[in-house]
Design a binder for this molecule. Structure first.
Ligand code: HEM
Length: 93
């Protein structure tokens, strides 16, 4: 569970899973998009890369939705420097 001083393991796992998915999806989309389709092997590779791109894209949407739903149930840890206004904005009462 997220405490006053640290995010929970679940929150961190959701965070890094989202990051890793984005890091994988973007180059897959760019590379697959640029791949020519002149030979059968290129068609197979392009199809595979786009298939992976779409599967990971849909997985990322699901992970992001679960992440938001989970975050809504958790309190946020306090800022490391409470005197810093950027880090600890005033919250409406
Ligand atoms: C985090 C970023 C991205 C996510 C979550 C994502 C997700 C997806 C998903 C879910 C689809 C399937 C859509 C469908 O079948 O209707 C798709 C298709 C596609 N994406 Fe991405 N995408 C991302 C970034 C990119 C980038 C950077 C490029 C290329 C510069 C790209 C190029 C494409 C193309 C060309 C298709 C259509 C593939 C086809 O013709 O079947 N995507 N993307």
């Amino acid at each position: 569970m997220t405490t006053q001083s640290a995010y929970s393991t679940t929150t961190k796992t959701f965070h890094w899973l989202t990051a890793l998915l984005i890091i994988a999806i973007i180059p897959l989309g760019v590379i697959a998009g640029k791949l020519p389709i002149e030979t059968d092997a290129q068609v197979v590779t392009k199809t595979f890369l786009f298939s992976l791109h779409k599967t990971l894209g849909v997985a990322m949407f699901i992970v992001a939705a679960l992440r938001i739903a989970y975050a809504l149930t958790q309190a946020k840890p306090a800022g490391l420097h409470p005197s810093c206004k950027v880090e600890t904005p005033e919250r409406p009462q």
